[in-house]
Design a protein around this ligand. Structure first.
Ligand SMILES: Cc1cc2nc3c(=O)[nH]c(=O)nc-3n(C[C@H](O)[C@H](O)[C@H](O)COP(=O)(O)O)c2cc1C
Length: 400
């Protein structure tokens, strides 16, 4: 994807550089356009070095202007698949909201037909000012996306809303805008479960498993980037992806209840959570003391989230499950596919600790038509994209 990052004159300009670097590392071609005020906070050389592309806009002495400056704004405006301004000052938003163009960035913002994203950063009183809020509303009215500033300690020493959003969230939002939608997934409502569940023994101890939720979170990102309307039900501590409504849960029972509330409005379910099969029969009100015994833990079955949703499926709803198996993984996953009446299942061979943590992973897709070609080994983000392509193509072929 070709992404133009506009960086304007605020203290958070260095985080605009971080955004350019993050997007470059995610495999995009990134060019930066720096305003003159921005160039007082960060240099074109930094941005050109981080992106491997020329930096445009601010200072002809650094040679960042292209050979034909007269039509440069049009060239750049046409070049970009998406334009993201981060940090965005009150000034640049005010200019674009009112059709003003007196430098390269403001001019190309009027000339581009690509999606535009704003990540504002400023003092909390500036952000709250009705003039700024009116400009933001006007930009949204043009169809632009705004990644709202976060609450927190501001560079001016005050606390409140105005801090630039997290760089990873802005990068996610950019990818959402520019990612090619999958025709079978665009606009579809998809429920994704992710992460471990935790079954409490007492106020401090819990039964859980080694799943972090990273794969399910990457799936939520990848389905969202393919144009789906994703809802996430998430166990564990990892942060939820930007732009995905998320319900946080701990136990299998909570996961079931959250899913049941959402399920009637969904087109499909991607069940990537590692749900506990058992929970302690009782959860002690107070911390269990050493020596009070007995030392035997009595376990009872938790509700089966996937089977329950499958049993309550509507005629056109589909279910894609996951299986982590340490032996006979394909036969076991195929049995699970049939037993739970799933449309597809992705199985993970977890022998030797594979599949957990950060290392590259392999998934074997199985559908009601049989086993398909393995996906991976790939890092989890790319594996999630491969799953989305495979599943979108399968759904497209089935006409679901
Ligand atoms: C030290 C300093 C920090 C500033 N930080 C911000 C800021 O965080 N947000 C903002 O909207 N303006 C900030 N400003 C004001 C802008 O730099 C000023 O409005 C400038 O004209 C913006 O130009 P630009 O939008 O073309 O980059 C700051 C100014 C100074 C001197």
């Amino acid at each position: 994807m070709k992404i133009l990052v506009g960086i304007t004159g605020g203290i958070a300009a260095y985080r605009g550089a971080e955004l350019a670097r993050t997007l470059t590392k995610r495999g995009h071609v990134v060019r930066c356009c720096l305003t003159e005020a921005g160039s007082r906070f960060i240099t074109p050389l930094t941005l050109a070095s981080l992106t491997g592309q020329p930096c445009f806009g601010a200072n002809p002495e650094y040679h960042e202007w292209r050979p034909n400056p007269i039509i440069e704004h049009v060239d750049l405006a046409r070049w970009a698949d998406v334009v993201a301004v981060a940090p965005a000052t009150a000034d640049i938003m005010g200019k674009t909201a009112n059709g003003l163009a007196n430098d390269l960035l403001s001019t190309l913002l009027l000339a581009t037909t690509a999606p535009v994203l704003w990540a504002p950063a400023m003092n909390k009183a500036m952000w709250a000012h009705p003039a700024v809020q009116a400009n933001v509303a006007r930009l949204k009215g043009f169809g632009h996306t705004v990644v709202e500033p976060a609450e927190g300690m501001l560079a001016c020493g005050e606390e409140g809303a105005g801090r630039l959003a997290e760089v990873a969230d802005i990068a996610d939002a950019v990818e959402t805008l520019a990612g090619p939608a999958h025709p079978a997934l665009a606009g579809r409502a998809i429920l994704i479960t992710a992460g471990p569940t935790q079954e409490d023994l007492d106020p401090v101890r819990t039964l859980t498993n080694r799943s972090s939720g990273a794969m399910g979170i990457e799936l939520a990102r990848a389905f969202r980037n393919a144009g789906a309307r994703v809802s996430l039900v998430l166990g564990g501590d990892l942060p939820a992806p930007w732009g995905v409504p998320t319900v946080r849960v701990r136990s299998a029972q909570q996961m079931l209840e959250a899913c049941q509330a959402l399920w009637p409005d969904q087109d499909g379910l991607v069940a990537a959570a590692a749900v506990a099969d058992q929970r302690p029969q009782t959860c002690a009100q107070e911390k269990v003391k050493k020596g009070l015994g007995p030392e035997t833990l009595v376990l009872v079955r938790t509700p089966d989230v996937l089977s329950t949703l499958s049993a309550n499926r509507g005629r056109d709803q589909w279910l894609l499950g996951f299986a982590a198996e340490s032996e006979a993984h394909v036969p076991n996953a195929t049995a699970k596919l049939h037993m739970k009446h799933l449309d597809g299942i992705l199985v993970n061979d977890i022998r030797g600790g594979k599949g957990f943590g950060l290392q590259a992973n392999v998934l074997i897709p199985i559908t009601t038509s049989g086993q398909a070609e393995s996906l991976g080994p790939l890092p989890k983000d790319q594996l999630a994209q491969a799953v989305v392509r495979w599943w979108g193509d399968w759904l497209g072929g089935k006409g679901k």
